[in-house]
Design a protein around this ligand. Structure first.
Ligand SMILES: Nc1ncnc2c1ncn2[C@@H]1O[C@H](COP(=O)(O)OP(=O)(O)OP(=O)(O)O)[C@@H](O)[C@H]1O
Ligand SMILES: [Mg+2]
Length: 251
């Protein structure tokens, strides 16, 4: 199995606060890897480190390497825009841009220089089809994206992410603000996406991790405690701490 992203001795500090401690982890291509762990243990930080979004936080410091197809994305000659195109991110709460549904999806491709209307139409349509939103919005593409329901807005956010053709999609609790039906739609999307993308999913919902992921990493106050095939992590973890967390015994 090929690893598309490898973290090597990765450390992150916010000021003096050492929040990720010597992380070594590999993410496999076209698989779903779940990252679980208690609140404040560094999951969002880990995701943001993987596409250099962390650099937007003023007091954050990163050491170590994030290898994407064996290139360290923190190397000085690496183009950060390109990194973020290839490694997209979807957050828990996504506010659409204050524009139409169409323009929300076309925004990224336009930024990357695509202006031909036919090409944009095609990208918008395909992205919306992929997230199962096309039939719901095809007749109202010019409507404001704010008129969509929360669940639809989340699928729109995913459409925006895939509109620029990423290889990896980082998802930070993508369903935690959604009702069960909308959550299930997103979970089903993730499973379909496995053919085309590598997904790294932070979730507080252990059942979700169990249902959708191939691998699970358990992180506890900045350290990876255990990483394995999901089934193994849930059924027979090697560490007592993992077992306790999975069974909801502590925390
Ligand atoms: N910009 C920041 N400046 C200073 N400290 C921060 C900043 N962002 C996060 N932290 C701290 O870093 C630690 C890790 O935060 P992070 O958001 O990565 O945790 P998390 O695992 O995603 O938590 P949750 O499950 O609640 O989303 C926490 O102690 C948090 O308070
Ligand atoms: Mg978080």
């Amino acid at each position: 199995m090929d690893a598309i992203i490898k973290l090597k001795n990765l450390n992150v500090w916010y000021g003096e606060n050492h929040v990720l401690k010597n992380i070594n982890l590999e993410f496999y291509e076209k698989k779903i890897t779940a990252i679980v762990g208690p609140s404040g243990c560094g999951k969002s930080t880990l995701l943001k480190t993987m596409n250099r979004l962390i650099e937007l936080t003023e007091n954050a410091k990163v050491s170590g390497e994030v290898l994407y197809r064996d290139i360290n994305i923190y190397d000085p000659d690496v183009n950060v825009i390109e990194v973020r195109r290839r490694i997209g991110i979807v957050f828990q709460k996504t506010t659409p841009l204050p524009m139409s549904i169409y323009d929300n999806v076309a925004y990224g491709p336009r930024l990357h220089g695509i202006s031909d209307k036919r090409t944009l139409d095609e990208i918008v349509k395909n992205s919306l089809i992929k997230v199962g939103l096309w039939d719901e919005v095809r007749h109202r593409l010019k409507d404001s994206a704010f008129n969509l329901s929360l669940g639809q807005q989340q699928r729109l956010a995913i459409a925006r992410t895939i509109s620029i053709n990423p290889e990896v999609i980082l998802m930070d609790e993508p369903t935690s603000a959604l009702d069960p039906v909308s959550s299930m739609k997103i979970e089903n999307l993730m499973k379909e996406f496995k053919n085309d993308y590598t997904i790294i999913l932070v979730t507080h919902n252990l059942n979700q991790a169990k249902r959708v992921s191939d691998f699970t990493a358990f992180i506890y106050y900045g350290e990876i405690i255990e990483y394995n095939i999901t089934d193994k992590i849930f059924r027979e973890p090697e560490k007592k701490l993992t077992m306790q967390y999975m069974r909801g015994i502590v925390f």
